[in-house]
Design a protein around this ligand. Structure first.
Ligand code: AVJ
Length: 321
């Protein structure tokens, strides 16, 4: 009997990634409902300093950030790409409400569960907030941003989500974003800074096993959604950090020679013992790289906000005039 193959982005991308010389999977598929939960465990562990840094920045500078957003007396829309659980954003949201600012919050995430939970929570925690959740991929949704008249938009891209993009993808992303923005709009981005490699490796190779579970969950997702037969005990997670380029890279390593069948792809894939699957990059930045990315894509930096240790920066950009 011939098997019917349903081609989704996920199946196409898995087929392409596992068929290539250096096997790879895209980290954007980490965030199914289970993966989004594991990511929350990651954010709560002390080794994952990124969350604490951004919380510190927002807590210390919430009024200055509001001033720099230059709302004047009008209304505005706050769009957040990859909002997740909105933990850090809530600090800004509640401050803006206290200041009686008239704005609407539009959280966007690839995980339906994450968006639904966030919107439900916000309705009880911040009943005065105007909020509309959107589900989808950032790239696709940027195209849907309405270039509607005079309502100022501020686009949040926090938590070093940008780190998952390589240089070319980051340039494409901001170029694309710039094309749908109006001259008064702004972008507020979280970048993780280059730093001592031990600090980075502790965050991405954590002793609790959350990062490992996060990566292995994607193999489980392939089993569940595409009929794969990965035994996740036959893979282990490894993290590398290149101090020169600032790139942290995540791999899963096959612990033995094995053949994996994925019935939904009608394919099988041979793994040698020690062979790796490239899972994720988490790019770290310095200020020069940030300036360069902004100016290459038609933006300029208004202000950089740092935490005390200067581990992280939230960079506010406006359109280059
Ligand atoms: C959600 C992309 C910011 O790269 O730091 C955390 C994802 N991966 N631990 C990051 C992640 C492993 C995270 N971002």
């Amino acid at each position: 009997m011939e098997q019917k193959i349903i081609h989704t982005d996920f199946s196409r991308d898995v087929l392409e990634g596992l068929s290539s010389e250096q096997k790879y999977l895209s980290s954007k598929y980490f965030y199914n409902d289970e993966g989004s939960k594991i990511f929350q465990d990651i954010m709560r562990m002390p080794e994952y300093y990124l969350t604490d840094c951004e919380l510190e920045i927002f807590t210390s500078f919430k009024q200055e950030i509001l001033n720099d957003f230059e709302i004047k007396d009008g209304r505005f829309e706050l769009l957040e790409l990859g909002a997740g659980d909105g933990l850090k954003t809530k600090i800004l949201l509640s401050h803006f409400l206290e200041q009686k600012i008239d704005f609407k919050y539009l959280p966007i995430d690839i995980s339906q569960d994450a968006v639904q939970t966030l919107v439900d929570e916000l309705k009880t925690e911040l009943p005065d907030l105007k909020v509309d959740g959107l589900i989808g991929d950032y790239f696709d949704l940027i195209g849907d941003i309405e270039v509607n008249g005079y309502l100022k938009k501020i686009v949040l891209f926090l938590g070093s989500n940008i780190g998952n993009f390589n240089n070319q993808t980051s340039v494409d992303f901001f170029t694309h974003l710039k094309a749908v923005l109006n001259p008064q709009d702004q972008v507020f981005i979280g970048f993780d800074m280059m730093k001592d490699s031990n600090v980075i490796l502790n965050a991405y190779n954590d002793p609790h096993g959350h990062t490992s579970a996060f990566n292995l969950n994607l193999l489980q997702r392939i089993n569940d959604d595409l009929g794969g037969n990965f035994n996740i005990e036959h893979f282990k997670h490894e993290e590398f950090y290149d101090e020169t380029s600032g790139t942290a890279s995540s791999y899963l390593i096959s612990l033995k020679k094995q053949k994996i069948e994925i019935s939904g792809l009608n394919s099988s894939f041979l793994f040698q013992k020690g062979e790796s699957i490239f899972m994720e990059m988490s790019q770290k930045y310095d200020l020069e790289m940030i300036d360069e990315l902004a100016s290459k894509t038609g933006f300029e930096v208004v202000r950089n906000y740092f935490d005390k240790r200067q581990y992280f920066v939230n960079s506010l950009w406006k359109l280059k005039s």
